[in-house]
Design a protein around this ligand. Structure first.
Ligand code: FE2
Length: 166
């Protein structure tokens, strides 16, 4: 049996299931996911408010639902991070990592909104994928995969709608 005295960080590493030398990278990747969620939830809110045109109501409502769902994801990702000893990011750090912010005073047609939503969701999927490839606890990975699944479903649903229109 290995009787070597472990440092607190070593013990945390053992409990969390990752090697201490990897933990800085894990933290950066995980925080990047949180940053993308924070910034893109904000972007969805801008689209929710600033969509224009005859289909304002359904698009406003759908993007409002996206925003609410992403807000829940932010909370879950931040709190799972805390359990894994990864501090959350504030808005300033989030903007440093993921700086693509939509201006609040622009308007968007429904077509433009969906195009932007597609870009945001794909960026989120990449950030989730990178986090899922980190040596994080299985329970956290499972939850992140659930989030990914929800995002993929929205993208597929939108594509089906487009096909029906053509
Ligand atoms: Fe609203």
């Amino acid at each position: 049996m290995d009787m070597t005295v472990k440092t607190l960080e070593d013990l945390q590493g053992m409990v969390l299931g990752w090697d201490r030398s990897q933990s800085a990278k894990v933290q950066a990747v995980y925080q990047r996911l949180l940053a993308c969620l924070v910034v893109h939830a904000h972007n969805l809110r801008v689209l929710h408010w600033n969509v224009t045109g005859v289909d304002f109501d359904p698009v406003h409502e759908l993007i409002g639902d996206y925003y609410s769902q992403l807000s829940d994801f932010i909370d879950e990702v931040a709190e799972m991070g805390l359990q894994a000893d990864i501090p959350p990011v504030g808005i300033v750090e989030a903007l440093e990592v993921c700086g693509n912010v939509l201006p609040g005073d622009s308007t968007y047609s429904s077509e433009e909104c969906f195009k932007i939503v597609g870009i945001l969701f794909n960026e989120l999927l990449q950030a989730y994928q990178a986090a899922c490839e980190m040596p994080i606890h299985d329970d956290i990975i499972n939850k992140l995969q659930e989030h990914q699944q929800w995002i993929r479903k929205q993208l597929q649903y939108k594509n089906r709608q487009r096909l029906q229109q053509e």
